[in-house]
Design a protein around this ligand. Sequence first.
Ligand code: FCB
Length: 456
Amino acid sequence: MTDLPILPSGFRFGASTASYQIEGAVDEDGRGPTIWDTFTHEPGRIRGGDTGDVAIDHYHRWEGDLDLLAELGIHDYRFSIAWSRILPQGTGAVEPRGLAFYDRLVDGLLARGIRPVPTLYHWDLPQALEDRGGWLSRDTAEALGDYVGVVVDRLGDRVRDWITLNEMSVQTLYGYALTDHAPGRGLGFGALPVAHHQLLAHGHAVARLRAAGAERVGVAQQHFPVVPASGAMEDLVAAGTFAAITNWLFADPLLAGRYPEELRPLIPVDDAQLAEDLALISAPLDFYGVNYYEPMLVEAPREGADYAGAAEVDLPEGLPFALLPYPSEERTDFGWAIAPDQLTAILRELRERYPNLPPVVITEGGASFHDGPGADGAVHDARRIAYLDAHLRAVADAVAAGVDVRGYYTWSAFDNFEWAAGNDERFGLVYVDYATQERIRKDSFAWYRDVIAAQP
Ligand code: FCB
């Protein structure tokens, strides 16, 4: 194929993973348990009863995995550091074997000419901290700062790019407001302090990274473009409320130093403290990471309507908004709507909403298709190629419309443990056979490699 998507020169292509989703080795080298270890071992939480105990065994197979990344030709590799490998109890004693693992990983990437872009926190909170209140406790934000200090002391001489937290919105909403993700608290609006404490943790992390001379600091945020189901006032209001909770509750403090007005009463601090906190939270960033998967269609709940199963998350009753399936012609095998134009739309919306928006990196984008090896032993995932092609072109459209987008990291380099959905959902460019841990390059692997090689 010659007609490959072309991005501006200097654009960075990458791939992303996260510790709990790939590493396995949960009891090795002093690693402490996390909320995901606890959650996955509770009956009924994860589809098929899968856990991340072994995952794709990356902890032992990392060298071969890095060789695959080198062959892929990516510029940047986004992985996450497991807090409980470094500080098994979340605070206190440092585990040198945990630090040594990431030390080897960073050296292995640099030796292969790949830039390491670690995420410091991708949802795997040490269980010891959850036992003391988890993200409902303000102390957790400070604890994250201290942990980041330990990591940057060790890796900061070689790592130039850092991502603080991954998708605070998803952990707050799915993990604390609802029960779909760890720790599965189901607190409804009582989860709002979690948002504030994660934002504060981000602020502490940025301060620590800056103090250590980090070159580029960013965050990775999920952005669901929110589309009202109709032009009726009640649907516009419902969509606005939903967008405030999923998008602006997090992005406004980070990028504009304020909370959406309607949510301010739920933030558990007085005005003086809030001003101090927001100053820390809104410290300038070098890049803003956007994770994009799909848009949400929202309406004002209709009397007597049954929304159960309509969208992929079931919301409790009594909320001022309801989720509907987004009307896209195609869906991934996970059931997610395929809507590349909405990626362009959310990038433009961010650009318009935030005059100080830093350069954007798409820190995650990809699709689960279940294709496995056929009779010829190869994985022909043409739908993933079409998906990535369309989304890279959507990024190019956003760039043409004036949004400063500097990179695209696909989720994911390898098939991996997909949280509540377990091992069935496959997002990788590399297929993993969970029984043998064999890795098989999918067709999309060769395609992505060719795209990278074709850039100016
Ligand atoms: C995102 C997560 C990532 C992965 C993708 C599919 O919300 O950040 O870990 O599971 O979804």
